[in-house]
Design a protein around this ligand. Sequence first.
Ligand code: HPA
Ligand code: ZN
Length: 343
Amino acid sequence: MHDGFASPEDRAAFITALPKAELHLHIEGSLEPELMFELAQRNGVAIPFANVEEVRAAYAFSNLQDFLDIYYQGMGVLHTEQDFYDLTAAYLSRAQADAVRHVEIFFDPQGHTARGVAFETVITGISRAFDDAQARYGITSKLILCFLRHLSETAAEATLDAALPYLDRIAGVGLDSSEVGHPPAKFERVFARARALGLKIVAHAGEEGPPAYVYEALDLLKVDRIDHGNRSLEDLALVARLAAAGMTLTVCPLSNLKLCVVDDLAAHPLKTMLEAGLHATVNSDDPSYFGGYVNANYQAVADALDLSKADLVTLARNSITGSFLDDAAKSEHLAAIDAYSRA
Ligand code: HPA
Ligand code: ZN
């Protein structure tokens, strides 16, 4: 067994209670089939599945677009403020069970406003669940508004306009959806405006797209973090630049497996990233669709790559240092991780 653990069970137990942050989680991707059915019934929405087993059977994807088609269909059951509350509360309860102490959650307002659901309905339900989870579990949460990159920059500008009354509840903006053919350069102006508003900047880059998209995220969008970033490893100069900048990558192992970004978790680049000095973190992306919440991601990749205790502590520490918490909160969380790993 690798240094630090007597057995795989010992490592699993360590992961279970390891304090951590989750930095790459699409709230709409945490919609479990059971809740999908409940909301479909509550809202009188037809869904093309007879039962939960049929839904789960449909979750076989050969690439990102395969998944996105079913993800946008799934979110169609979300209509009321209570729906967004229930969705977010369910995720935060799972996060609490995985020893997540802080989360930075993506939401896709354009996936809702396009269906006639008001921006305010979405953000009010999510925020109410954040407040309750902080009171109940002590989990802190931040919200990141993602622009859908398969839509136009004009549509992204209109979404940023709709967000203006709620900027006190939004920590940053991101970029998600179909990557290839929709490079970061397409959104340079709207991200510049978001930066000028004081928002943090993240972008999915290098999941399916080439290293050039990661360069654009850095140089044109001026990102504070890269979401995924796997394909950065194809360019050694880019790896050196990301390492020197201390750029956080929000890596999602089970997502990568389910979307065929990797063929096998044993071939996952996470360990290589750590060895190259990249500030990688482990996250669940869309846990309902990809078969596991954050601890399942830590567990699967730790088993596949035989991660050491030092690796796991580094990943948890990276999740805190790469967050948008202030320095005092980061210090507290880092001290808790260190105390846990010594105990
Ligand atoms: N990639 C791009 N867009 C997404 C994802 C993802 O993993 N999940 C939800 N929207
Ligand atoms: Zn994602």
